[in-house]
Design a protein around this ligand. Structure first.
Ligand SMILES: O=C(O)CCC(=O)C(=O)O
Ligand SMILES: [Fe+2]
Length: 529
């Protein structure tokens, strides 16, 4: 039997044993046998090849990886058998709350990986779900801080096979991380303390045979995406995996399929950690081309997503910072970064959450009541570097290079904590847990004077002007009908337009009161912010 179980009859055909070897491929094939030995010079030579591949394309194929073939074959076959179970049985492993337990079974079309990328581009994704079903398992170590494993009892050897495979894949990841450290001129064990209670996940993707199904137009086996964590160790059953070095002008290249090998690719966290010196490259899995559905058949893949400890602080690796290349990213906690990405690909991210600037000169407070929420805050003075299309949780600096200069900060707010930010600041939120409930309000006229506001330095005067501008769009002298739309009729909960009496009577009264209040607080000698 081959690694991919191809000799076990039609049912085993989640695999193909041959496809273009692609010797001219962008993705190199690296023999990593030396990483399991004691010869330091040989290890260094392998590390250099790996470092080069990480820099140039973020993908490489490894042979002589040290994972026994029996371990792979057993997992492969048990996984095929699991996906052959009736849907109702598999569905008992669907997670009830992705934010708390991102593991288990996901139905065909349940995930669309390109969503993470569409968020980067400030677009709502129009495509349908990927043409795959999945099963995913997290770490066993309770210190990792993830929910206990819940594995199917059928097929009978599934749990044991997956647990063994996971351990082997993790050991391979550790060998590769030592090589990564060498390639980055760090001590060999540099990654060890960040990975001693790692939250790596093992996932299988089952792509059904397209010869026997109606393939919806525009659908794809696995949409274009980058992976999230440190590295992915991928065992796939045949052709279809493609990479594009360029995100802007996408140009797809086949990843060579090599029997008994693993494809290794870097995730976004590694790119960020290395200050973009290494790449996390766009990739996808295409549908079989016309007339090839039968020969390509069903596709199975086992992907081990290596991740750091949940609480590991990811601060730019010192050897990746230079005088002409300052740190591009703020430090972030690995677990939070991962959850943001995971929720986005499952369509659970708040679709309204993009970087926005508060439109009226009132400062904001918000108390977090339930769930954790992460905030990006940027002062008004940074506006020239900002745009609403920037995903501040995973910025694409090739599209928004100026964002690297913006002085912004990030913070996570937990239940019972209160966040405050001054008028006109930019903010971008991400719910780290569901549900996330908070209570918010505005503060008017009590701030110090500001020179960045506009015509008047007093925030309450500017706030009045901002509201009157809104009023002018709705009410005109001598015309009794409102001239602006009431969006609260379309979206329950949205703010309705101001009433005429608010614009004409209450607001001027308020302005007088705010001015008195501000004067009482600050006197004539107000402090400039
Ligand atoms: O199925 C494959 O070969 C690759 C899938 C993939 O890229 C992923 O699950 O992240
Ligand atoms: Fe991937």
């Amino acid at each position: 039997m081959t690694t991919n179980g191809t000799t076990n009859g039609a049912k085993r055909s989640g695999s193909r044993s041959r496809s273009p070897r692609g010797s001219d491929s962008l993705v190199p094939i690296i023999d990593i046998g030396a990483l399991s030995g004691e010869d330091q010079a040989a290890k260094k030579a392998v590390a250099e090849k790996i470092g080069k591949a990480c820099e140039e394309i973020g993908f490489f194929v490894v042979v002589n990886h040290g994972i026994p073939k029996e371990v792979i074959d057993k997992t492969w076959n048990q996984t095929l058998d699991f996906f052959d179970l009736p849907l109702e049985e598999k569905k008992t492993f669907v997670s009830e709350d992705e934010a708390k337990n991102p593991y288990g079974y996901s139905v065909l079309g349940g995930e669309q990986l390109s969503k993470g990328k569409d968020l980067d581009n400030g677009q709502e994704s129009k495509q349908m779900g990927d043409l795959k079903e999945m099963f995913q398992m997290g770490p066993k170590n309770p210190a990792a801080g993830m929910p206990p494993r819940k594995l199917p009892a059928k097929p009978s050897n599934f749990a044991e096979a997956w647990e063994t495979y996971y351990e082997h894949a993790n050991q391979l990841a550790q060998r590769l991380l030592r090589a990564f450290a060498m390639a980055l001129d760090l001590p060999d064990d540099w990654f060890v303390t960040k990975t001693d209670k790692h939250v790596s996940a093992l996932r299988s993707n089952n792509y059904p045979d397209q010869a026997s199904m109606k393939v919806p137009e525009g659908s794809i086996r696995c949409s274009a995406h980058t992976d999230y964590g440190t590295m992915t160790i991928l065992k796939s059953g045949g052709p279809g995996l493609q990479v594009s070095k360029d995100v802007e002008n996408v140009c797809w290249h086949d990843v060579p399929f090599v029997e008994d090998a693993f494809v290794i690719n870097l995730g976004d966290l590694m790119r960020r950690w290395t200050n973009d010196r290494w790449s996390s490259t766009l990739h996808r899995v295409i549908n079989p081309p016309a007339g090839k559905a039968k020969t390509w058949g069903r596709r199975l893949a086992l992907a081990f997503f290596h991740n750091l400890n949940k609480d590991a602080l990811v601060e730019t690796i010192p050897s990746c910072i230079a005088a002409d290349r300052p740190a591009l990213y703020d430090p972030i906690v690995a677990g939070e970064f991962l959850m943001l990405k995971h929720l986005a690909s499952n369509g659970k991210a708040d679709p309204d959450a993009h970087l926005k600037r508060s439109k009226a000169a009132a400062s904001t407070w918000q108390v977090q009541l339930v769930g954790k929420k992460r905030w990006t805050l940027c002062p008004n003075t940074e506006s020239r570097f900002l745009s609403p299309y920037i995903d501040t949780y995973n910025p694409d600096y090739s599209r928004f290079p100026a964002f690297a200069m913006a002085k912004c900060g990030q913070v996570t707010v937990s239940p019972g904590e209160l966040l405050y930010y001054p008028a006109y600041w930019w903010h971008h939120t991400f719910q780290l847990e569901t549900p996330s409930i908070s209570y918010t309000g505005a503060l008017v006229g009590v701030e110090a004077d500001r020179s960045d506001l506009g015509a008047d330095r007093k925030p309450h005067v500017q706030f009045y002007a901002d509201l009157q501008e809104k009023c002018a769009k709705c009410w005109q002298r001598g015309v009794s009908e409102r001239q602006c739309d009431d969006i609260s009729q379309k979206w329950a909960g949205a703010a309705p337009p101001p009433l005429r009496v608010v614009c004409e009577e209450y607001l001027p009264d308020c302005l007088r009161l705010w001015s008195e209040h501000a004067k009482a607080l600050h006197g004539e000698d107000r402090v400039e912010l």
